[in-house]
Design a protein around this ligand. Structure first.
Ligand SMILES: Nc1nc2c(ncn2[C@@H]2O[C@H](COP(=O)(O)OP(=O)(O)OP(=O)(O)O)[C@@H](O)[C@H]2O)c(=O)[nH]1
Length: 543
């Protein structure tokens, strides 16, 4: 590497896998002379999981006659151990040691890697790095000028500030919704986002740098535990969100069991300090989780359930983000602000889509509730209020009338010989007559009156601000109206008629007493020969 250029250098470095006992610098220098270091055609060399330690060598040449300072940016935040040595003329000049198995989190720059201030003297300097990790092993290397480094690290700080703020907002929002609505999808979703936040805090190194830099024992297992938690929370959320309990109870039960088993196994491996068992469990479960989320998404989508329509694109967004993030980390995609933020962007899109789905679900539920409430109040045949809704709606009017001593009356109406209509013309014709009667009564109501189907062929009309005289006058007008229409007159040999009973609020009445009083008078009207109102109208009724 020459001059003051700044950027990734992975393709110019040589790499050597350390086999057997740990090697020292002298052994690495000998191996270099023997040509044992090999190049990788990538900006970020990758060595998979559970790899042996890796040596990297890079020759840095300062062609000027003055020292040049750079920030050497190395590796990923989850590297276990990192030994960085600068050698000039075969002599060790500088040795830094870090990694997340070294307490203190020195040189760790969360989300970026490890940063070492390098001063290159004129001429050639050799960089020897020995790195080791149990996790997925990537060893990107770049040399940045002070300005580039400042700009890049500021960018990362802003991005993660926004990202964590966003995740926290989603978590609290869903917890509040859960507390208010008691809908468990919101709780599982909050846990899912929370577990991703925990995973991100671990793999970016923010957690180690800020909170537990002295606890290397914890840090060693934190990534694997966070991966398992995230996968389990994601699967449990998917089961709940896609209502798999109803769709496929067996699949949903298997997913629950798998999650519990994975959590128990991880707890066991951590307790028994079985690092490699934890590594394989975490990566294995993560692969299953990724595939399962896509399969469940496709399944729900094909069942055309409204939630599946959001779930599949949401999951694909986060998978795409993860894929781009991995390809970028391995140096197979150009590293820029979009590709290095792909995981976070994918997650945010996923969160937005899933929140939309949950919001949509809430809206549908509230519509269904409103519809059910409405249907519970309505008589399906006539569209009028039913008896229950009548009593509920009449109660406040009743209290107002009693409190202020205002008049109020009730009319109860019953179709005469309706059984005969049914018997002769069929139930359907009877239904139609009930519907027509409802329309006729509606046409005779004033604003503020409450009309309902009391049951069978009986209708009730509550008339606020109406004394008995006006009520009977209205009843008489309705009676005449029905008679005058001569419904079925040709077939019955006489027109269809109605009988009515009217009653007025008295000081000692309750609402049901008032309806009862009207019912008593209706009975009198029937006994008196039908087609009449009781009490009878004293004054002439205007047409
Ligand atoms: N078509 C139809 N008929 C109904 C409905 N609800 C009740 N009925 C019928 O209404 C009739 C009421 O008969 P009854 O109680 O004997 O009264 P009525 O024949 O009208 O005789 P009076 O009231 O004494 O004049 C019964 O045949 C019920 O089946 C309904 O929703 N649709």
């Amino acid at each position: 590497m020459q001059g003051a250029s700044s950027g990734p250098l992975g393709e110019r470095a040589g790499y050597l896998l350390e086999q057997g006992t740990p090697q020292d610098l002298a052994a690495a220098q000998r191996a270099l002379k023997q040509g044992a270091f090999q190049r990788q055609e990538r900006t970020a060399a990758g060595f998979g999981i559970a790899s042996p330690p890796v040596w990297m060598h890079l020759a840095l040449v300062n062609p000027s006659d003055r020292p040049l300072t750079y920030q050497l940016l190395l590796g990923q935040p989850w590297l276990d151990q990192l030994d960085v040595r600068l050698v000039r003329a075969g002599q060790l000049k500088q040795h830094w040691r870090s990694g997340d198995m070294v307490p203190g989190a020195q040189f760790l720059l969360p989300a970026m890697g490890y940063v070492f201030p390098v001063e290159l003297m004129p001429g050639r300097t050799e960089l020897f790095v020995r790195a080791q990790t149990a996790e997925s092993f990537l060893l990107p290397v770049s040399l940045l000028t002070a300005e580039d480094f400042e700009r890049t690290s500021r960018g990362f700080r802003y991005r993660y500030g926004v990202f964590y703020g966003f995740l926290l907002a989603f978590i609290f929002y869903n917890l509040i919704l859960f507390a208010g609505l008691w809908e468990r999808s919101h709780l599982y979703y909050a846990l899912y986002v929370l577990s991703f936040m925990a995973l991100s805090l671990v793999y970016t190194g923010h957690g180690f740098r800020w909170w537990w830099s002295g606890q290397v024992g914890f840090q060693q297992y934190a990534l694997f535990a966070a991966m398992v938690l995230y996968a389990c929370a994601g699967l449990l959320f998917a089961v709940r969100f896609l209502q798999l309990d109803q769709l496929t109870p067996r699949v949903s039960m298997s997913i629950r069991r798998l999650s519990l088993l994975a959590l128990a196994a991880m707890a066991l491996f951590i307790t028994a300090r079985q690092l490699y068992a934890a590594v394989y469990l975490a990566y294995g479960l993560f692969t299953v989780f990724t595939l399962a989320m896509v399969v469940l998404g496709v399944f729900a989508y094909r069942r055309a359930r409204s939630r599946g329509i959001y779930f599949l694109p949401a999951v694909l967004c986060s998978m795409l983000g993860l894929g781009i993030g991995l390809l970028t980390a391995f140096g197979l995609l150009a590293s820029n602000v979009w590709t290095t933020s792909a995981v976070e962007i994918g997650l945010i899109l996923e969160a937005v889509l899933l929140s939309l789905a949950l919001g949509n679900h809430m809206r549908n539920q509230s519509r269904a509730r409103q519809k059910a409430e409405h249907l519970a109040r309505i008589d399906s045949l006539t569209g009028l209020l039913n008896r229950r809704a009548f009593l509920a709606d009449a109660a406040p009017l009743w209290s107002t009338a009693v409190r202020h001593g205002r008049p109020m009356s009730v009319l109860l109406l019953d179709i005469d010989f309706f059984k005969q209509v049914n018997d002769q013309f069929g139930h359907d014709s009877g239904d139609r007559i009930l519907q027509d009667m409802a329309k006729l009564l509606l046409g005779n109501c004033r604003e503020g009156d409450i009309l309902a189907r009391w049951g069978g062929e009986e209708f009730v009309l509550l008339l606020p601000e109406t004394g008995l005289g006006q009520a009977t006058a209205l009843g008489e007008r309705i009676r005449r109206d029905v008679e005058g229409r001569r419904i079925l007159a040709d077939w019955l040999g006489m027109p269809l008629t109605v009988s009515l009973g009217a009653a007025q609020l008295q000081a000692e009445n309750s609402l049901s007493d008032l309806v009862c009083a009207a019912d008593g008078r209706l009975y009198e009207a029937k006994r008196g020969g039908r087609n009449q109102i009781v009490p009878p109208v004293l004054e002439p009724v205007s047409a």
